[in-house]
Ligand binder design. Sequence first.
Ligand code: ADP
Ligand code: MG
Length: 254
Amino acid sequence: MTVPMVHAHAVRKHFGHLEVLKGIDLDVQAGEVVVILGPSGSGKSTFLRCVNHLEAIDGGSIFVDGELIGFQESGGKVRHLRKSEITRQRREIGMVFQQFNLFPHFTVLQNVMEAPVGVRREPRGQARERALGLLRRVGLEDKAGSYPRQLSGGQQQRVAIARALAMRPKLMLFDEPTSALDPELVGEVLATMKGLAEDGLTMIVVTHEIGFAREVADRVVFMDGGVVVESGTPKEVLDNPTSPRTKAFLSRVL
Ligand code: ADP
Ligand code: MG
Protein backbone atom coordinates (compact mmCIF):
# COMPACT_ATOMS: atom_id res chain seq x y z
CA MET A 1 0.00 0.00 0.00
CA THR A 2 1.27 3.43 -0.88
CA VAL A 3 0.88 6.24 1.62
CA PRO A 4 -2.20 8.36 0.88
CA MET A 5 -1.58 12.00 0.01
CA VAL A 6 -4.08 13.00 2.65
CA HIS A 7 -5.12 10.91 5.59
CA ALA A 8 -7.57 12.59 7.94
CA HIS A 9 -8.89 10.65 10.87
CA ALA A 10 -11.53 11.70 13.41
CA VAL A 11 -10.71 15.35 12.85
CA ARG A 12 -12.44 17.67 15.26
CA LYS A 13 -12.52 21.44 15.35
CA HIS A 14 -14.55 23.91 17.36
CA PHE A 15 -14.76 27.67 17.53
CA GLY A 16 -15.74 28.45 21.11
CA HIS A 17 -18.84 26.38 21.80
CA LEU A 18 -19.52 25.79 18.11
CA GLU A 19 -18.43 22.33 17.01
CA VAL A 20 -17.64 22.71 13.32
CA LEU A 21 -15.89 19.43 12.52
CA LYS A 22 -17.26 16.46 14.42
CA GLY A 23 -14.91 13.67 13.42
CA ILE A 24 -13.98 13.86 9.77
CA ASP A 25 -12.44 10.80 8.14
CA LEU A 26 -11.07 11.29 4.65
CA ASP A 27 -8.32 9.68 2.60
CA VAL A 28 -7.11 11.10 -0.70
CA GLN A 29 -4.72 9.03 -2.79
CA ALA A 30 -1.93 10.60 -4.85
CA GLY A 31 -3.29 11.72 -8.20
CA GLU A 32 -6.87 11.62 -7.02
CA VAL A 33 -9.38 14.44 -7.43
CA VAL A 34 -11.88 14.64 -4.59
CA VAL A 35 -14.79 17.07 -4.75
CA ILE A 36 -16.40 18.09 -1.47
CA LEU A 37 -20.03 19.15 -1.67
CA GLY A 38 -22.23 20.38 1.10
CA PRO A 39 -24.44 23.18 2.32
CA SER A 40 -23.05 26.46 3.56
CA GLY A 41 -21.77 26.21 7.12
CA SER A 42 -21.13 22.47 6.99
CA GLY A 43 -17.39 22.88 7.70
CA LYS A 44 -15.91 22.47 4.21
CA SER A 45 -13.68 25.54 4.34
CA THR A 46 -12.66 24.81 7.90
CA PHE A 47 -11.59 21.31 6.91
CA LEU A 48 -9.45 22.59 4.00
CA ARG A 49 -7.96 25.23 6.30
CA CYS A 50 -6.99 22.54 8.81
CA VAL A 51 -5.21 20.54 6.08
CA ASN A 52 -3.21 23.65 5.22
CA HIS A 53 -2.35 24.72 8.79
CA LEU A 54 -4.56 27.80 8.57
CA GLU A 55 -6.46 26.36 11.53
CA ALA A 56 -5.24 24.01 14.23
CA ILE A 57 -7.37 20.94 14.89
CA ASP A 58 -8.68 20.03 18.33
CA GLY A 59 -8.74 16.27 17.94
CA GLY A 60 -7.87 13.43 15.62
CA SER A 61 -5.05 13.67 13.14
CA ILE A 62 -4.22 14.79 9.64
CA PHE A 63 -1.30 13.45 7.62
CA VAL A 64 -0.19 14.82 4.27
CA ASP A 65 2.09 12.53 2.27
CA GLY A 66 2.75 10.56 5.44
CA GLU A 67 3.71 13.58 7.50
CA LEU A 68 1.76 14.66 10.54
CA ILE A 69 -0.05 17.97 10.06
CA GLY A 70 -2.49 18.08 12.94
CA PHE A 71 -1.68 16.77 16.35
CA GLN A 72 -2.11 13.21 17.36
CA GLU A 73 -3.31 12.08 20.70
CA SER A 74 -1.82 8.82 21.80
CA GLY A 75 -2.16 7.87 25.42
CA GLY A 76 -3.15 11.46 26.18
CA LYS A 77 0.04 12.80 24.62
CA VAL A 78 -0.21 15.72 22.26
CA ARG A 79 2.47 16.23 19.66
CA HIS A 80 3.04 19.76 18.52
CA LEU A 81 4.96 20.59 15.39
CA ARG A 82 7.77 23.10 15.27
CA LYS A 83 7.10 26.37 13.45
CA SER A 84 9.75 25.53 10.85
CA GLU A 85 8.04 22.21 10.11
CA ILE A 86 4.70 23.95 9.68
CA THR A 87 6.20 26.54 7.33
CA ARG A 88 7.82 23.86 5.19
CA GLN A 89 4.66 21.77 5.00
CA ARG A 90 2.54 24.77 4.05
CA ARG A 91 4.81 25.47 1.10
CA GLU A 92 4.04 22.04 -0.30
CA ILE A 93 0.29 22.57 -0.23
CA GLY A 94 -1.24 25.03 -2.68
CA MET A 95 -4.52 26.74 -1.93
CA VAL A 96 -6.86 28.68 -4.17
CA PHE A 97 -9.61 30.73 -2.57
CA GLN A 98 -12.88 32.22 -3.72
CA GLN A 99 -11.22 35.65 -3.62
CA PHE A 100 -8.09 35.57 -5.73
CA ASN A 101 -6.01 37.86 -3.47
CA LEU A 102 -3.42 38.75 -6.09
CA PHE A 103 -0.92 41.50 -5.27
CA PRO A 104 -2.50 44.49 -7.04
CA HIS A 105 0.78 46.40 -7.50
CA PHE A 106 2.56 43.41 -9.07
CA THR A 107 2.21 42.32 -12.68
CA VAL A 108 0.82 38.88 -13.43
CA LEU A 109 4.36 37.55 -13.94
CA GLN A 110 5.58 39.12 -10.68
CA ASN A 111 2.63 37.60 -8.84
CA VAL A 112 3.60 34.12 -10.03
CA MET A 113 7.35 34.63 -9.43
CA GLU A 114 7.02 36.18 -5.99
CA ALA A 115 6.96 33.06 -3.81
CA PRO A 116 9.54 31.00 -5.75
CA VAL A 117 12.01 33.89 -5.59
CA GLY A 118 11.10 35.32 -2.18
CA VAL A 119 10.44 32.08 -0.30
CA ARG A 120 12.15 29.29 -2.21
CA ARG A 121 15.14 31.42 -3.23
CA GLU A 122 14.94 30.28 -6.84
CA PRO A 123 17.20 32.24 -9.21
CA ARG A 124 15.14 34.95 -10.93
CA GLY A 125 15.82 33.73 -14.47
CA GLN A 126 14.73 30.22 -13.64
CA ALA A 127 11.67 31.43 -11.72
CA ARG A 128 10.71 33.63 -14.66
CA GLU A 129 10.93 30.77 -17.15
CA ARG A 130 8.85 28.55 -14.91
CA ALA A 131 6.32 31.31 -14.28
CA LEU A 132 5.89 31.85 -18.02
CA GLY A 133 5.43 28.11 -18.45
CA LEU A 134 2.75 28.10 -15.75
CA LEU A 135 1.00 31.07 -17.34
CA ARG A 136 0.98 29.12 -20.59
CA ARG A 137 -0.55 26.20 -18.73
CA VAL A 138 -3.42 28.39 -17.51
CA GLY A 139 -3.71 30.07 -20.91
CA LEU A 140 -2.44 33.51 -19.91
CA GLU A 141 1.08 33.80 -21.27
CA ASP A 142 0.10 36.96 -23.17
CA LYS A 143 -0.98 38.64 -19.90
CA ALA A 144 2.38 38.33 -18.15
CA GLY A 145 2.91 42.10 -18.14
CA SER A 146 -0.64 43.05 -17.16
CA TYR A 147 -1.78 44.09 -13.71
CA PRO A 148 -4.57 42.18 -11.93
CA ARG A 149 -7.07 45.07 -12.30
CA GLN A 150 -6.69 44.79 -16.09
CA LEU A 151 -7.90 41.17 -16.03
CA SER A 152 -11.33 39.61 -15.76
CA GLY A 153 -12.20 37.68 -12.63
CA GLY A 154 -11.71 34.39 -14.46
CA GLN A 155 -8.27 35.45 -15.65
CA GLN A 156 -7.32 36.61 -12.15
CA GLN A 157 -8.36 33.28 -10.72
CA ARG A 158 -6.24 31.47 -13.32
CA VAL A 159 -3.27 33.63 -12.28
CA ALA A 160 -3.97 32.65 -8.67
CA ILE A 161 -3.84 29.01 -9.75
CA ALA A 162 -0.53 29.56 -11.56
CA ARG A 163 0.81 31.33 -8.49
CA ALA A 164 -0.09 28.38 -6.27
CA LEU A 165 1.48 25.94 -8.74
CA ALA A 166 4.70 27.95 -8.76
CA MET A 167 5.56 26.50 -5.35
CA ARG A 168 5.44 22.97 -6.85
CA PRO A 169 2.74 21.79 -4.44
CA LYS A 170 2.14 18.08 -4.05
CA LEU A 171 -1.45 18.83 -3.09
CA MET A 172 -3.82 21.57 -4.25
CA LEU A 173 -6.81 22.72 -2.26
CA PHE A 174 -9.54 24.73 -3.98
CA ASP A 175 -12.17 26.48 -1.86
CA GLU A 176 -15.09 27.47 -4.09
CA PRO A 177 -12.74 28.83 -6.75
CA THR A 178 -15.56 29.90 -9.08
CA SER A 179 -18.11 31.18 -6.58
CA ALA A 180 -17.09 34.84 -6.93
CA LEU A 181 -17.13 34.77 -10.73
CA ASP A 182 -19.73 35.94 -13.20
CA PRO A 183 -21.36 32.84 -14.71
CA GLU A 184 -19.75 33.30 -18.12
CA LEU A 185 -16.26 33.16 -16.53
CA VAL A 186 -16.76 29.98 -14.53
CA GLY A 187 -16.07 27.62 -17.44
CA GLU A 188 -12.54 28.84 -18.19
CA VAL A 189 -11.46 28.31 -14.57
CA LEU A 190 -13.03 24.86 -14.40
CA ALA A 191 -11.35 23.94 -17.71
CA THR A 192 -8.00 24.98 -16.25
CA MET A 193 -8.62 22.85 -13.19
CA LYS A 194 -9.65 19.92 -15.35
CA GLY A 195 -6.32 20.23 -17.16
CA LEU A 196 -4.45 20.02 -13.85
CA ALA A 197 -6.46 16.95 -12.90
CA GLU A 198 -5.56 15.31 -16.19
CA ASP A 199 -1.90 16.07 -15.50
CA GLY A 200 -2.21 13.98 -12.35
CA LEU A 201 -2.23 16.67 -9.68
CA THR A 202 -3.78 15.63 -6.38
CA MET A 203 -6.68 17.97 -5.70
CA ILE A 204 -9.38 18.56 -3.12
CA VAL A 205 -12.02 20.85 -4.55
CA VAL A 206 -14.87 22.40 -2.62
CA THR A 207 -17.40 23.52 -5.20
CA HIS A 208 -21.08 23.66 -6.03
CA GLU A 209 -20.32 22.91 -9.68
CA ILE A 210 -21.98 19.54 -10.01
CA GLY A 211 -20.96 19.23 -13.67
CA PHE A 212 -17.31 19.51 -12.68
CA ALA A 213 -17.79 16.92 -9.95
CA ARG A 214 -19.41 14.54 -12.39
CA GLU A 215 -16.81 14.99 -15.09
CA VAL A 216 -13.54 15.41 -13.19
CA ALA A 217 -13.85 13.97 -9.69
CA ASP A 218 -12.65 10.48 -8.90
CA ARG A 219 -14.63 10.71 -5.70
CA VAL A 220 -17.36 12.96 -4.35
CA VAL A 221 -17.74 13.59 -0.63
CA PHE A 222 -20.90 15.09 0.80
CA MET A 223 -20.45 16.97 4.08
CA ASP A 224 -23.19 18.28 6.32
CA GLY A 225 -23.12 19.48 9.90
CA GLY A 226 -19.42 18.80 10.37
CA VAL A 227 -19.47 15.16 9.29
CA VAL A 228 -18.94 13.25 6.06
CA VAL A 229 -22.44 12.04 5.30
CA GLU A 230 -21.66 10.13 2.16
CA SER A 231 -18.75 9.47 -0.15
CA GLY A 232 -18.28 7.52 -3.36
CA THR A 233 -17.87 7.80 -7.10
CA PRO A 234 -19.66 10.73 -8.76
CA LYS A 235 -22.23 8.26 -10.10
CA GLU A 236 -22.90 6.82 -6.66
CA VAL A 237 -23.21 10.10 -4.79
CA LEU A 238 -24.80 12.27 -7.49
CA ASP A 239 -27.10 9.76 -9.18
CA ASN A 240 -27.86 7.33 -6.38
CA PRO A 241 -27.39 9.13 -3.07
CA THR A 242 -28.33 6.98 -0.11
CA SER A 243 -28.68 9.67 2.54
CA PRO A 244 -31.81 11.86 2.66
CA ARG A 245 -29.53 14.82 3.47
CA THR A 246 -27.56 14.29 0.26
CA LYS A 247 -30.78 13.92 -1.72
CA ALA A 248 -32.22 17.12 -0.27
CA PHE A 249 -29.02 19.04 -1.02
CA LEU A 250 -28.78 17.77 -4.58
CA SER A 251 -32.40 18.58 -5.29
CA ARG A 252 -31.62 22.18 -4.35
CA VAL A 253 -28.48 22.60 -6.46
CA LEU A 254 -29.21 20.47 -9.51
P1 ADP B 1 -18.53 25.97 4.78
O1 ADP B 1 -17.24 26.27 4.13
O2 ADP B 1 -19.00 24.57 4.60
O3 ADP B 1 -19.60 26.94 4.38
P2 ADP B 1 -17.18 26.84 7.17
O4 ADP B 1 -16.12 25.85 7.41
O5 ADP B 1 -16.79 28.13 6.57
O6 ADP B 1 -18.36 26.15 6.35
O7 ADP B 1 -17.91 27.19 8.52
C1 ADP B 1 -18.48 26.21 9.37
C2 ADP B 1 -19.01 26.90 10.61
O8 ADP B 1 -17.94 27.42 11.36
C3 ADP B 1 -19.93 28.08 10.32
O9 ADP B 1 -20.96 28.08 11.26
C4 ADP B 1 -19.02 29.28 10.51
O10 ADP B 1 -19.75 30.40 10.87
C5 ADP B 1 -18.10 28.81 11.60
N1 ADP B 1 -16.76 29.42 11.55
C6 ADP B 1 -15.88 29.32 10.54
N2 ADP B 1 -14.74 29.96 10.82
C7 ADP B 1 -14.91 30.50 12.05
C8 ADP B 1 -14.09 31.29 12.92
N3 ADP B 1 -12.85 31.64 12.56
N4 ADP B 1 -14.61 31.66 14.10
C9 ADP B 1 -15.85 31.30 14.47
N5 ADP B 1 -16.67 30.55 13.71
C10 ADP B 1 -16.22 30.16 12.51
MG1 MG C 1 -16.72 27.67 2.69
